[in-house]
Design a binder for this molecule. Sequence first.
Ligand code: COA
Length: 335
Amino acid sequence: MMNSRITAIGTYVPQRKLTNADLEGMVDTSHEWIVQRTGIHERRIAERDEFTSDLCISAVRNLIFRYNKTIEDVDFIIVCTTTPDFPFPTVSCLIQAHFHIQSAGAIDISAACAGFSYGLIMAHSLIASGLHKKVLVIAGETLSKITDYSDRTTCILFGDAAGAVLVEADDQYEGFVSHHVGSEGKGGIHIYRTGLANKLGDQKLLDNSCIVQNGREVFRWVMRTIPDAIHHMMNNSSQTLNDVDWFIPHSANMRLIEPLCEKLEFPLERTLHSLVEFGNTSSSTIPLSLDQGIRSGKISSGDHALLYGFGAGLVHAGVLVRLQLDSVVNEPLPL
Ligand code: COA
């Protein structure tokens, strides 16, 4: 079986900030409430004419610039998103056309906040099987376009961002150690984009589709499911949680991350998240947090990182990776 590893990473967030103070002027909320319940201080919001593919393109450009990578020979593109520009064509085809990538398979996958983990697992599988050699995995979201800014229970949470990684065949280095996936469709009603609501007789129109969430139920499901799932994943690997250098859970909420660490008996200091500055950016939170760990110098070559995504579906996926990215050629500009 061919090994693979993540060789390069790039990220992008839109320039426009939406702070808690801004939200105080939009709905009945307060900076204190938001910070105490979520840990979020601000998020980035795409311009009206800026779409998921634009964010993904900028993240890929950032990857190319930093690692001096050639991507015309990428042979498979996976875009993880719940907010594609169009139902079709896919964002992955827009990326293929933009970068003049030749002969690549191109597919979007929809697994909400678990999307990036699923994308990595698929990339690794395509390479391990010998079918492909160089896979571009991009997670991109413009959640602001489907957020109801009159609903204080959801509009405080979400932001826009994109992250991209290259996964390449490597006959020496075992960059993927283990993975775990799962789903619980009967809980899908607890977080959905309207459209499903239309089917269920909700009054909201598909054209104005937006995120609806029962935060308490999602919280309960995460706490009930994810610690066991992580233990299951570790039991199927050669490593233990003590060998994990960095835990990178989906940045949904600080009030989820803290009890998760407590339940796993994993030190919070070795956890990376992107919540404070960027909020919940769904599939993009994990690559954003990973990149922040790399940019800040916290993550070293050879470190084990446990990435675990969970969210709408309900669906979850995790992967234990051993990180050894190529050398950075150009220092990244600050986000
Ligand atoms: N500002 C002020 N008050 C708010 C508010 C806001 N932005 N949003 C809700 N409230 C109010 C509610 O109306 C409610 O008031 P009431 O008691 O008078 O009815 C009270 O605060 C408690 O609401 P509740 O929804 O029970 O809050 P919570 O403690 O569960 O926190 C979440 C809400 C969303 C932060 C929390 O449930 C959560 O983090 N859940 C996980 C969801 C998640 O991360 N999903 C993404 C997974 S991908």
